[in-house]
Write a protein that binds this ligand. Structure first.
Ligand SMILES: C[S@@+](CC[C@H](N)C(=O)[O-])C[C@H]1O[C@@H](n2cnc3c(N)ncnc32)[C@H](O)[C@@H]1O
Length: 211
């Protein structure tokens, strides 16, 4: 399904409206790239899920044994995160905040999961710097987002309408230059993640480690 353009002046209203719709916009199951990292991910310690939305990744990480903090500016999304966690009998700490104003942890978490978090071009590099800074030594950052080539697919599988909000592998390599690249690739794939990510898509995904 097509994704309506985000109104940059009212992002919370946009996301609250989306998450007030019935069902889970991006599904109840975790992002497939995150799941592919199962062997690498710790099953204890702390995880941070910035822009967690309705909590699919946060809840899955909690089910695996991690203490999870899910941050989002949408109260509707966080309420659904709480309900999804309760339905799976796990706890997730939910924090209602704009990541631009939030006090990020420093060297405090073992995992950061960023699925389809496309900040404004003014904040993207800073957000990625803070996400990397949140990792404790040895920690892993798992990221998947849309490649600039997604613009041709966005009517079927979503994503922001602007090329300057999208990724390339080189851009992520530069943003996370302080971390070791464990895996990083651009891929044509098929997303099956709820009604808003459903169909062919062009993504970039990676795993980075803090030394
Ligand atoms: C495409 S959704 C992805 C949600 C989730 N990561 C997932 O993959 O299911 C993008 C999310 O980013 C959140 N978001 C966007 N800008 C944000 C900001 N400045 N601070 C906190 N959350 C933000 C939105 O509320 C929304 O939940």
């Amino acid at each position: 399904m097509a994704e309506a353009p985000t109104d940059p002046s009212h992002p919370a209203a946009f996301w609250d409206a989306r998450y007030a719709e019935p069902g889970y916009a991006y599904g109840e199951e975790p992002n497939a790239w995150l799941v592919r990292q199962s062997e690498r991910l710790p099953t204890e310690g702390a995880a941070l899920v910035p822009a967690a939305g309705e909590g699919r990744d946060a809840v899955w990480l909690a089910q695996r044994g991690l203490r999870v903090t899910a941050v989002d500016l949408s109260r509707e999304g966080l309420a659904k995160t709480g309900r999804l966690a309760a339905s799976r009998a796990v706890e997730v700490e939910t924090v209602h905040a704009d990541l631009q104003d939030w006090t990020w942890p420093v060297e405090g978490v073992d995992v950061v999961a960023l699925s389809f978090v496309h900040a404004s071009p003014l904040f993207r590099a800073e957000m990625h710097r803070r996400a990397a800074g949140a990792l404790a030594p040895g920690g892993l950052l798992v990221i998947e987002g849309f490649h600039v080539g997604q613009l041709v697919y966005r009517e079927v599988s979503g994503g922001p309408p602007r090329a300057d909000m999208l990724f390339t592998a080189d851009l992520l390599r530069e943003d996370f230059a302080g971390l070791e690249v464990v895996e990083l690739e651009e891929a044509e794939t098929v997303l099956r993640e709820g009604i808003y990510h459903d169909g062919p898509a062009h993504v970039v995904h990676g795993v980075f480690r803090k030394a």
